[in-house]
Design a protein around this ligand. Structure first.
Ligand code: NAD
Ligand code: UDP
Length: 318
C-alpha cells in the first residue's frame, strides 16, 4: 500500500481545480478529481490522466459523495464562478454552494479529513470598506442576480464554521479574489478571458459601464501557493488570497491590448446589475499567518495567459 497522502479536489476539472490537482501530484499526493463537468472540461486534466496517482470521478457533489479508500484532505472547489453563469444556471449554483458543501463536509466528518472551502471575495458584495479585510461582513443584495452566488458562498462559509465548531471538523476557508491564467474557459464570460479572446480575434473589447470599476487580479500560481500554505497552517478563520494591486477594468483592457499587440478598440456596454464598484484584498492576515504574498505581476501573468489563449485558439501574439 502506498503511504502517500490522498486528497479529493471537488471541481478538479475546472480552471483552478486543474492547477491544484497538478500541484498536489507534484507534491507527492494521490489525487481524486471529482467533477460533473458543468463548467469544467476533461481537456483541463488531459495532462494529468496518465499519472498513476491521479483518478477522475464523474460525480455531481449535490448528491451523496461515496468515496472508498483513505482520505486526508478535501479541497472543495465545485461551483460555477463566472458572473455570466449567475443568470444562466442560478439554481445549480445555489445547490452546489449549499447541498454540495453539506455533502463535502459530511464526507470530511465521516473520514476525519481536513476540508478547505473555496470561498470568494464576493462574500463582501459591493463593499463599503476598502480594501477588504476578513473582518468586514460585506454588502450583498440577497435578491439580486449576483445573490445566488454570493449568498451560496456565504451559506457555505456558515455551514463550514458550524461543522468546525459543532462537529470538530478541521476546516479552512480561503476567500479567493479575481484569479486568471491558463485553462480558463475561453467563453467563460469573465473579464480576462473575454478581453484576451477579443484582443486575439481583433474584435472590440467589451467594457461594461465606463470601466472605472476596479478589480485586483491574481495569477493562478500565486493563488495555488496560498491555498497550499493555508491548508498546511492551523488557521481556521477565513483568509483572503488575492493580489492587492488594483486596476480599473479599463486599465486591464488597455494592458491586454498592449501585451497582445492587438489593434482592437474598446466598446462600452451596460454595467450588469450589482456589479461591485471596487474590490481589493487586505492581505495582512495571509502575510502574517502564512508568510504569503503574490509574486507574479499582472504584466507577467497576463503575458503567459495571452500566450496560452493564443495557442488554444490557433492564433498568435503579435
Ligand atoms: P470553474 O468553473 O473553472 O471550475 C469549477 C468546477 O466545478 C468546474 O469544473 C465544474 O464543472 C465543477 N462543478 C460545478 N458544479 C459541480 C457539481 N455540482 N458537482 C461537481 N462539480 C461541479 O471555476 P474556477 O474559476 O476554477 O473556480 C473554482 C472555485 O474557486 C469555485 O468554487 C469558485 O467559486 C472559486 N473562486 C474562483 C475565483 C476566480 O477568480 N476564478 C474567485 C473566487 C472564488
Ligand atoms: N467586465 C467587462 N467586460 C467583460 C466582462 C467583464 O467590463 O467583457 C467587467 C465586469 O462588469 C466587472 C469586471 O469586469 O466589473 C470583472 O468581471 P468578472 O466577470 O471577471 O468578475 P467579477 O469580479 O465581476 O466577479
Amino acid at each position: 500500500m502506498s503511504e502517500k497522502p490522498r486528497a479529493l479536489v471537488t471541481g478538479g476539472a475546472g480552471f483552478i481545480g486543474s492547477h491544484l490537482c497538478a500541484r498536489l501530484l507534484a507534491e507527492g499526493y494521490r489525487v481524486v478529481c471529482m467533477d460533473n463537468l458543468r463548467t469544467g472540461s476533461l481537456r483541463n486534466i488531459a495532462r494529468l490522466k496518465n499519472d498513476p496517482d491521479f483518478e477522475y470521478v464523474d460525480h455531481d457533489v449535490t448528491t451523496y459523495i461515496h468515496l472508498p479508500g483513505g482520505l486526508d484532505e478535501i479541497y472543495h472547489l465545485a461551483s460555477p464562478a463566472s458572473p455570466a453563469d449567475f443568470e444562466r444556471i442560478p439554481i445549480p449554483i445555489l445547490k452546489v454552494g449549499a447541498i454540495g458543501t453539506y455533502n463535502a463536509l459530511g464526507l470530511a466528518r465521516a473520514r476525519g479529513a481536513r476540508l478547505m472551502l473555496a470561498s470568494t471575495s464576493e462574500v463582501y458584495g459591493d463593499p463599503l470598506v476598502h480594501p477588504q479585510p476578513e473582518t468586514y461582513w460585506g454588502n450583498v443584495n440577497p435578491i439580486g442576480v449576483r445573490g445566488v452566488y454570493d449568498e451560496a458562498k456565504r451559506y457555505a462559509e456558515s455551514i463550514t464554521m458550524a461543522y468546525h465548531r459543532h462537529h470538530g471538523v478541521d476546516t479552512r476557508i480561503v476567500r479567493i479574489f479575481n484569479s486568471y491564467g491558463p485553462y480558463m474557459r475561453l467563453d467563460d464570460g469573465r473579464m480576462i478571458p473575454n478581453f484576451i479572446t477579443q484582443a486575439l480575434r481583433g474584435e472590440p473589447l467589451t467594457i461594461y459601464g465606463d470601466g472605472s470599476q476596479t478589480r485586483s487580479v491574481q495569477y493562478v500560481d500565486d493563488l495555488i501557493e496560498g491555498m497550499i500554505r493555508l491548508m498546511r497552517s492551523d488557521e481556521t478563520r477565513p483568509v483572503n488570497i488575492g493580489n492587492p494591486v488594483e486596476y480599473s477594468v479599463k486599465e486591464v483592457a488597455e494592458l491586454i491590448l498592449r501585451l497582445s499587440g492587438s489593434g482592437s478598440e474598446l466598446v462600452y456596454r451596460p454595467l450588469p446589475e450589482d456589479d461591485p464598484r471596487q474590490r481589493c484584498p487586505d492581505i495582512t492576515r495571509a502575510r502574517e499567518v502564512l508568510g504569503w504574498e503574490p509574486r507574479v505581476s499582472a504584466e507577467e501573468g497576463l503575458k503567459a495567459t495571452i500566450e496560452w489563449f493564443a495557442r488554444e485558439t490557433g492564433g498568435s501574439v503579435r
